[in-house]
Design a protein. Sequence first.
Length: 315
Amino acid sequence: MSTPSEPGHDRSGPGLGAIVGERRQLINLAYRLLGSLAEAEDAVQEAYARWYALSRKQQEAIEAPGAWLTTVAGRICLDVLGSARVRRERYVGEWIPEPLPDRTEWLGGPAGGGSAGPADPADQVTLDESVNMAFLVVLESMTPAERVAFILHDVFRYPFAEVAEIVGRTPAACRQLASSARRRVRAAQAPAVATAGQAGLVRHFKEAWEAGDIEALVGLLDPDATMTADGGGLVGTVLRPVEGSARIAQYLIHIADKAPGLTLLERTVNGRPGLVAEHSGVTVTVAAFGLAGGRIGRIWAVRNPEKLRPWNGNR
């Protein structure tokens, strides 16, 4: 974490080690709140900037600096979510949360563990069920206040009294927000599938795609499957979801024909088995999957190069 020093301001203030040590927790929180690693990093950077802008006396008056940073970061994220809704209405095509690799597959992290530079934010996000793509997509359907209240309370276990300070509403109102968000999650939740089961389906999907076997692809897809792609207007892709197993299979074969030389790799995407498409050694697509009834029910394909920086080691 690099934070610009302030003229005449001693950054070795009270509990500096503890303050810097909050970074992993803050990145974890901000990524889940925003669905974007870049925006999460900016929000955390801003929270630290506000801490270092305080005078030494103001810092010493704060009994729990970590809680202060969480409150500030949460409020920043709430503001970002409000403005993000407007930005995403102008976004070209569908908006999908930024996919994350497993830290063992992270190309831009401290290789060999000996890097003198700070760890990249992606290396600090704990991958669990609260960051799988299906969960993040459901979060996108929530209001900013619902999302913040739900993530803070249900995922990070903050009491509603503390959530209320961040959201700017009463604890009772925050309880209602979290309850509403919980209903959205339950309504969209598919039955849990073991990682090994998903890995097997993804592997068979990859093999069928490589073989150009439309019949096999259709058999692996739920009849009502949906594929959503995110190019951000920066690369060519479908602007609306492709629906139905047959249409998806045909579209995938069409892609393979139009882009010879694609290499498909099995990778962990947001903690679950997924696929990465590379061209000339560069990641051009990251695909996450959601299962339905033992088949693939959802495909989220991220092609926006700005969202693929963690996969190409050039953040």
